[in-house]
Design a protein around this ligand. Structure first.
Ligand code: ADE
Length: 246
């Protein structure tokens, strides 16, 4: 069964464009996921198909109306649906959440514009996600980020070995990779990678993953249990980075 995704937005082309290219397009062509994009104005009120209104109490900007969202969700929601609201105040999206969402059968993404949503909309949503601590002009780009990260995890979407080994899946950053030419601008390729020793290559990659994570994202290491081998390799990396004769 494909993962079914519905996106509610005031700007459907913003969402449709990126999903019609490259791997997201292929995932849909292969029937692994189906993404439908809906214009929220379809459920808008009156002759002008109004979807937003002034905020009670005064203040700048317009707020997405709860009745409009309720009408849209009444049409799209099924018993197995997870409704995701994109909001800078939501839980910060990360790879484990992508894996969770990839288990769902039906996802609805609600993309507010303007100054956000009527507070009563939140009770209609199963989760609120932010893609980071910055403010976008609307939820569309955030929904695309989440959809892209989720659909590539679906069985058959891309080479499964690459999703298993990549940055974050093992809780570490990815090891350095090289391709031809073997030397460029005086910089060569680590000899172990062309040695043909699979076990040495595996150990080198694990050590370099640990080194990169220690240097760039020590917070990831702090929250992750280490195997005996990882402990030993990390000790080696730490010893190398310690200044000698200090
Ligand atoms: N809408 C505006 N900014 C956002 C963010 N950082 N994440 C999710 N939705 C948003």
């Amino acid at each position: 069964m494909p993962l079914e995704v519905d996106v509610l937005t005031l700007f459907p082309p913003m969402v449709e464009g990126p999903l019609a290219e490259s791997i997201p397009a292929r995932i849909q062509e292969h029937g692994i996921a189906t993404v439908r994009v809906h214009d929220l104005r379809h459920w808008g009120l009156g002759r002008h198909r109004t979807v937003d209104d002034y905020t009670y109490g005064g203040g700048a900007g317009m707020v997405l109306r709860v009745d409009v969202v309720a009408a849209a969700l009444a049409e799209l929601r099924r018993p197995d649906t997870t409704v995701v609201l994109l909001d800078p105040g939501g839980e910060v999206f990360c790879q484990p959440i992508a894996h969770e969402l990839a288990q769902a059968s039906h996802l609805v993404f609600l993309c507010p514009r303007y100054e956000g949503v009527d507070e009563r909309v939140r009770a209609m949503c199963d989760r609120e996600l932010s893609i980071g601590d910055y403010v976008l002009t609307g939820g569309e780009l955030a929904a695309l980020v989440v959809i892209d990260a989720v659909i590539r995890l679906l069985p058959g979407a891309i080479d499964e070995a690459s999703t298993a080994e990549e940055s974050f899946s093992g809780g570490l950053l990815e090891y350095p990779q090289y391709t031809r030419p073997p030397e460029f601008g005086g910089v060569g390729v680590p000899p172990v990678l062309v040695s043909g020793h699979h076990e040495q290559v595996r150990r080198w990659r694990l050590r370099e993953s640990l080194r990169r994570t220690l240097e760039r994202r020590p917070d990831l290491l702090a929250g992750r249990p280490l195997s005996g081998e990882e402990e030993r390799l990390l000790a080696e990396v730490r010893a190398e980075s310690r200044p000698r004769d200090a």
